[in-house]
Design a protein around this ligand. Structure first.
Ligand code: OSB
Ligand code: MG
Length: 368
């Protein structure tokens, strides 16, 4: 496959409600959609960076810059290419996994559309729908609002609730939700907001029967996570720390986590994500699919990935209406707590032109 043209679109979509975490407050999805055009077909990818470098070093302006000046030129001069080869083309460029993942996704989508194969079957999916959880931000309105939001999501049918926590907003909200909903699958995500000095405090979470605690400590603190894991009964899951299959193996060897959150963007693409899945499946380590407030494009990839056999826990693969009043693709709709895995060619969804044009704030085209 020879790439003829690559288009980038900076997009901005309002969120249905602000999303607040220990690293900040988000009211819009400010991302990049990319389109790869070949002689036979075209494909789409989504860059899921936040607007500011607060989750990881990467952010949307930086991702657009590295695409334009470093990644896209390499793809356009790569000659004959498949989705499986993109990771190698990008290897000389250090870091920037979110930008790399978006372009790899678009190349793979174009390839699979021309081969008439769905992404899910290409990856080795074993199910046609995936169980879904929802990630609940820190509410402006305190515990009453939190309980109302959680109750609403449970009514919608979500199978697992994840609460964002931070110092000063942890034991109380977890206790309140657990008391109101004694039997739900419940977990928490700290987004790296604690230190090992908080171990005794975090140990108090053991009382609430949580499925896991996600990323309690900073990204590069693998040994500290191992030490914390030895003090807690609640399983530790890593998100920010797991940047590659190599790091995933190191983290598991060190005992830094016993569950892994896989995000396509954070690890640099679907090929790396599948490698992490395979490693964890081989070691009997449960994985689940994280989210970055994706539009329908990134969501289609997440849902296809989450259909692999090692994804044994519900993901942050919520329905479109949890994020946007109008998604850029046809919406993903929750049915019985699940999302259907798209079975069309490639991602199985495509942006709708009117919405795409409405949300695009900048567009650029690069030719071979
Ligand atoms: O840490 O999992 C996270 C959103 C943006 C950045 C980081 C995270 C999240 C979420 C939301 O928790 C997951 C989603 O519903 O997409
Ligand atoms: Mg997380």
């Amino acid at each position: 496959m020879q790439i003829e043209r690559i288009e980038t679109r900076r997009v901005e979509l309002p969120l249905v409600r602000p999303f607040v975490t220990s690293f900040g407050r988000q009211t819009t999805r400010d991302g990049i959609l990319v389109r790869v055009v070949t002689a036979e077909s075209d494909g789409w990818g989504e860059c899921v960076t936040p607007a500011a470098p607060v989750f990881s070093a990467e952010y949307t302006d930086g991702a657009l810059h590295v695409m334009e000046h470093h990644l896209i030129p390499r793809l356009l001069s790569a000659g004959d290419l498949t989705g499986a080869g993109v990771r190698e083309v990008f290897r000389p460029i250090v870091g920037h996994p979110f930008a790399k993942a978006a372009l790899e996704m678009a190349v793979l989508d174009a390839e699979l559309r021309s081969k008439e194969v769905s992404l899910a079957s290409h990856l080795g999916a074993v199910r046609d729908r995936v169980p879904c959880g929802v990630s609940v931000g820190i509410p402006d309105g305190g515990l009453d609002e939190l309980l109302a939001q959680v109750g609403g999501y449970l009514e919608d049918g979500y199978l697992r609730i994840k609460l964002k926590i931070q110092p000063g907003f942890d034991l109380e909200p977890v206790r309140a939700v657990r008391e109101a909903f004694p039997h739900i699958m419940l977990q928490v995500d700290a987004n790296a907001a604690y230190t090992l000095d908080d171990a005794e405090h975090l140990r108090l979470l053991d009382a609430f029967g949580l499925t896991l605690i996600e990323q309690p400590l900073p990204e590069d603190h693998l040994l500290a996570h191992a030490e914390l894991a030895s003090k807690l009964a609640t399983p530790i899951c890593l998100d920010e720390s797991i940047t590659s299959a190599v790091v995933a193996r190191d983290a598991l060897e060190l005992g830094a986590c016993s569950v892994v959150n896989i995000k396509i963007g954070r690890v640099g693409g679907l090929v790396e994500a599948k490698d992490i899945h395979d490693l964890c499946l081989d070691r009997g380590v449960p994985v689940w699919c994280g989210g970055m407030l994706e539009t329908g494009l990134g969501r289609a990839a997440n849902v296809a990935l989450a259909a692999l056999p090692g994804f044994t826990l519900p993901g942050d693969t919520s329905a479109s209406d949890r994020y946007f009043s109008r998604d850029v693709t046809s919406p993903f709709v929750l049915q019985d707590g699940h999302l259907d895995v798209p079975d069309g060619n490639g991602l199985g969804v495509h942006p709708e032109a009117d919405v795409l044009n409405r949300i695009t704030t900048e567009r650029a085209v690069y030719r071979r």
